[in-house]
Design a protein around this ligand. Sequence first.
Ligand SMILES: *[C@@H]1O[C@H](CO)[C@@H](O)[C@H](O)[C@H]1NC(C)=O
Ligand SMILES: *[C@@H]1O[C@H](CO)[C@@H](O)[C@H](O)[C@H]1NC(C)=O
Length: 249
Amino acid sequence: FTRGMEKINFSGGEPFLHERGEFLGKMVQYCKVDLQLPSVSIVSNGSMIKEKWFQKYGDYLDILAISCDSFNEETNQLIGRTQGRKSHLDSLYKIRSWCQQYKVAFKINSVINTFNIDEDMTDQIQQLDPVRWKVFQCLLIDGENAGETALREAEKFVISDQQFQEFLGRHSRVSCLVPESNEKMRNSYLILDEYMRFLDCRDGSKHPSRSILDVGVKEAICFSGFDEKMFFQRGGKYVWSKADMKLEW
Ligand SMILES: *[C@@H]1O[C@H](CO)[C@@H](O)[C@H](O)[C@H]1NC(C)=O
Ligand SMILES: *[C@@H]1O[C@H](CO)[C@@H](O)[C@H](O)[C@H]1NC(C)=O
């Protein structure tokens, strides 16, 4: 009854926030063991993951993507990726080694914005050696980070297409880099919210479909705004099962 679904990706907010990731872990296990999905992944900021979680649920997770927008602690502070006195970069390295130890593919996500646009992350990324480095152009979504109130805040982060291309050019030596422009990002994901409604982001804000619990997948998916062609174009289909990755653990 997975209706052809092959991949699921849990994101937030911060997915490890609730119950130290216990419920998240149970969902990951369910998706792998019961549904037998080829690919189960999580995107997290990394600050709340404990080794215990890997011991319990690492087997069922294919990919862990950690958000890291800068390798400069001061820039992280400016962007708002703070975690008190703990260093975001220290936890990045720690998680990287847990991923190796517990056989989870390690991925990095970076959102390029006005604060990190001039950075050269080549050395650090090559040192961390993720299976994929997803590089996003900062995107404004109405009601999320845009909308009346938050708009002026978020606009401080927005960069032009040309600035984004310059950043990519500076990192052309990094072979695991997967760039994602605004245009590619907007409609190439099937996003489900906590009510199991697809969110259509095509016009720049999120419009929910009816819940698949009420009307089924076939009906709800028509209101998802999903662009399959764009999905393939952005490289959405890749080797996404850890069983198929040629990794050296
Ligand atoms: C999961 O989805 C988020 C967007 O919510 C994206 O940034 C990330 O790259 C995805 N991760 C994986 C492993 O597919
Ligand atoms: C990660 O998310 C948690 C929960 O929202 C937050 O308290 C913490 O400061 C974040 N850490 C980073 C490095 O962004």
